[in-house]
Design a protein around this ligand. Structure first.
Ligand SMILES: Cc1ncc(COP(=O)(O)O)c(C=O)c1O
Length: 395
């Protein structure tokens, strides 16, 4: 048989050693992925924190199909559509924010947020506010601005030529500087840092601060930490809130940058004043993606998704407690259904993940941390099956 060279270049993947036969997903069915060899594996990372109600949920598929037949796409540069309007209203009601600006991936929501903050301060009479403050170990995406706000060296060290320095947030004084445009935080969990849990006290100074607060809910939003949005557990008032990943239930690329009225109002003026937001993408407010998002939000009610997520989180907590006596396991961390399990052997991440795959569970390690971020629609049995397999593999 003549082998055909793959023309596909995968993100964050060493193509020289990548074996496509090991991980080629050809179908999705609820919480499971089916690979080219016909194996059905549990999607224990929700395809990197995107899938909420399971793969190809019939209600979302139907909404996508319906909308594709009515209006596939129409630009929102100087125009609007009823589906994007409806989603903007739903998201604002859910988050108690005032306006929604749409883009596609999470990183593009972050780019919009940081440009929104910069232009806001220019138009609010404090143009010297151009610096950004971020958490230690932050991750906000891979575009130039988002990388600049991130702190994970391996992702950004090559790209110093196109990034700027953000200030690490470890002291209150850094926020009080009058050159700070915004502080950006991941609420509760820093997922890319290995499901690092930020102590709630770290957020306290942010309740009474003067610059803008950008809350990045791209990984944590839509129920992953137990509430619809993680910031609800921190009594924070975001000025700008970024959402992505699970916004469409994990079916289509869509992200949102939600803003408070004080920000939106600073962009109002006569056309010749040229104070409109100078930013936008071709597919902003795409009706098919917005229809998927509306269908996903409906499912949170009809399928009691958050209640199920709480039941699953309790089952996970029981299983994590059993690791206290496991010599192969170091620390464990859990916020709702975002879980990190540290392996004591620093080189064990991929071998354990590969062995889990053989046992029917798909996860991707972060260094020596095994992550478990199951779809919110999973069953308790899925949780137990995953931890049974993990206990078996490390034994
Ligand atoms: C907290 C956070 N912000 C932003 C992003 C970037 O999102 P995307 O990969 O959709 O660009 C991620 C991705 O993992 C993330 O975890």
């Amino acid at each position: 048989m003549v082998s055909v060279r793959s023309r596909l270049w995968l993100p964050f993947t060493q193509m020289q050693s990548f074996d496509a036969s090991a991980r080629t997903f050809v179908a999705g069915d609820g919480t499971r992925l089916i690979d080219a060899a016909g194996r059905s594996v549990f999607d224990a990372v929700s395809s990197i924190w995107t899938i909420v109600h399971g793969h190809s949920h019939p209600a979302i598929v139907a909404a996508i199909s319906r909308q594709a037949q009515i209006l596939d796409h129409a630009t929102t540069l100087g125009a609007t559509n009823p589906v994007a309007e409806a989603l903007a209203s739903r998201l604002c009601a859910l988050t108690r924010m005032d306006y929604a600006f749409f883009a596609s991936d999470g990183a593009s929501a972050i780019e919009a947020a940081l440009k929104m903050a910069l232009q806001y301060w220019q138009q609010a009479g404090e143009p010297q506010r151009t610096r950004f403050v971020r958490l230690v170990d932050a991750y906000h995406g891979d575009t130039a601005g988002a990388m600049s706000l991130s702190d994970i060296a391996v992702f950004k060290s090559r790209f110093g030529a196109v990034t700027f320095e953000a200030i690490p947030f470890d002291r209150l004084e850094s926020i009080e500087r009058n050159d700070v445009a915004a502080v950006i935080v991941e609420p509760i969990v820093q997922a890319a840092a290995g499901m690092r849990i930020v102590p709630k006290t770290a957020y306290e100074p942010l309740r009474a601060m003067t610059p803008l607060l950008i809350v990045d809910e791209i990984a944590t939003g839509f129920g992953r930490t137990g509430t619809m949005f993680a910031f609800e557990q921190l009594q924070l008032q975001p000025d700008i809130l970024c959402a992505g990943k699970g916004i469409t239930g994990g079916t289509l690329a869509l992200s949102a940058t939600l803003a408070r009225a004080k920000i939106y109002d600073a962009f109002l003026g006569a056309p010749e004043a040229r104070v409109q937001f100078f930013h936008g993408h071709s597919y902003a407010g795409n009706p098919i993606a917005c229809a998927a998002a509306l269908a996903s939000l409906d499912l949170f009610q009809t399928e009691a998704t958050l209640e199920n997520a709480r039941v699953l989180a309790a089952a996970v907590a029981e299983r994590l407690a059993r690791f206290d006596e496991n010599a192969a396991i170091g620390a464990t961390r859990q916020a709702g259904l975002m879980i990190g399990v540290d392996l004591r052997d620093p080189g064990a991440g991929w071998p354990v993940a590969n062995a889990l795959y053989e046992r029917g569970h798909f996860t991707r390690p972060i260094g020596a941390t095994i992550q478990f971020v199951p779809p919110l629609s999973s069953a308790r049995e899925d949780v137990h099956a995953f931890f049974d397999a993990l206990e078996g593999v490390v034994a």
